[in-house]
Design a protein around this ligand. Sequence first.
Ligand code: SF4
Length: 654
Amino acid sequence: MSRGYMGKILFVDLTSGEIREESISPEVYEDYLSGVGLAAQILYQRIPPQADPLGPDNILGFVSGLLTGTGSLFAGRWMVVGKSPLTGGWGDANCGGSLSPAIKRSGYDGIFFTGISEKPVYLLVKNGRARLKDASHLWGKDTVQAEEMLLSAEGDHARVAVIGPAGENRSLISGICNDKGRIAARSGLGAVMGSKRLKAVVLDGKKRINVFNREEVNALSRKCNAWVQREVPLGPGFTMGYLGALLRILPTAMVQDGFIYKLILRKWGTSGLNQMSPEWGDAPVKNWKGSNIDWPMEKSKSADPDIFKNHEVVKYHCYACPLGCGGICAVTGGAYSRMHKPEYESVLSLGGLCMNEDTDSLFYLNEYLNRAGMDTISAGATVAFAMECFENGILTTDDTGGIDLTWGNTAGMIALIHKMVNREGIGDILADGSRSAAEKIGKGAHTYAIHAGGQEPAMHDGRCDPGFAVHYSVEPTPGRHTTGSQLYYEMFQLWKKVPGLPRKWPFAIYHKNGKFLATREHAQEEAACSSYMNVVNGSGLCLFGTFLGVRRTPTFDWLNAVTGWNKSPEQYLEIGQRIQTIRQAFNIRHGIDPKSFKLSDRAVGRPPMTQGGNKGRTVAIEKMMRDYWTELGWDPETGRPLDQTLVRLGIDAI
Ligand code: SF4
């Protein structure tokens, strides 16, 4: 009897219409878990190296997690996977909501699509039967409209993953939504779904998910929940900005305990960082050339965390989440009256990165982009890129169709984003992100395209925490902020379970300069973060839940209790390393030079900033990348996994 996993995947050939099940052997789960690991094992073998990401040979997969539906908390994340049209390499994107348990209750750990349909279709899996249905009437609808129409047709119990106009138009910065606006945004996989003419996946199943030791799982969950429910009162939202200023001014930093971040998430969600991060130097400003001087509290108050909290009418929890960092907001007088609360990443990319102080536009653009199915991080970053091109005369109103792209011009931003979603005029060029746009525009525009391997980095600045710069540059899905940083390592507290990893004493004080030293210790921390996050993403856990640390959020104990495996934390991290290595091998097989993923010069402090919290800082990125590769057993000069590493991980067949 399988435990935790379903033991089966579904394969749908959209060209022929053939739908077939495949069994997966228990050994595969032991080696790769489920979720991203299972997907990496499958896609490595089956996507040919020459496959066009938008062609029939690419495979698009929706995967759940090993812990999803087992009674483990925070275990409601799903992932979409495939060859990324944005980077040309391994693509994945992670999302909460309620799709993840629906995948498993349909009887599968993953549902994979190959081929291209002649006409728009959606997959319905209901009562154990899978079939393709006509979606012509849904094509052109936004993600919320389409989801509502599908629920009305197939029943409210169904769960829906769907693309909007951006995915249909094959924007390389488009994603896939569920739960009316929660988006798996990164890697451009909405374009892959659009290229396959697959509008949606609709799941309504009742399969049972077996667990080895349910009492133990529940006991672990109760203990974890006790930590989640512990509260300490926090001040009003703007005080977070002052905390950020303090963190900036002090020459020292403190090892952080993720419980503090839990308190922030519980009260405000990610918007709790809206003013703190730019004050601290964690949030990039003005296309990564500005600082807290350009975006002081006077301007960032447009994103005061309390504004977003005050619009919240009900808290939003993803499946199996006791924390509930999300919220449903009511807004009057705008185009949309009810929406998901804008996340920090969206607010900063559409706010400070473009010098936009208009709060109403943050609500509007966030919802508009979620409905269009376009990544808010990449969309905001691409607008910021265009604004800097405009400032330098590389783009003019003749190019933009009359749109004034002066920094902070809200009306210009909105008009431009509408054009991007609909691929009109200059929007057609910008719809594929800043690297692609810079190549088409020429005239030195590439200087202003801040990216890693074609993907715009998230709103955490490596000149404040070099760990972010490293992970943006070394991850097989570059530009990603959800895999590691020095801060994340502190919060994961892996050393408490895994002997030999660098120890950090919570609340210990150290000099900030130490963060910028390219030491073996930092490389060990970064490699451990990557491996751990592959375990987390193979389990379907939420990153925010893991911030409580491995003792309070017992990832490894849950896995053993669910599966009956009795593996050690070291063995789980080795699985994570195997997953990371096969994702890297996927990229190399598809012609990616790992060195080419290095983050743009400006974002690593070349030249160093002359003012603000990150003044004078440069990240020793090449050395840090080499050290990270060494730590994972990859060639430090090329980033290619070494033969002996492949043998040790049991994947030398690749
Ligand atoms: S912490 Fe937030 S993002 Fe994570 S599962 Fe809970 S509601 Fe979803």
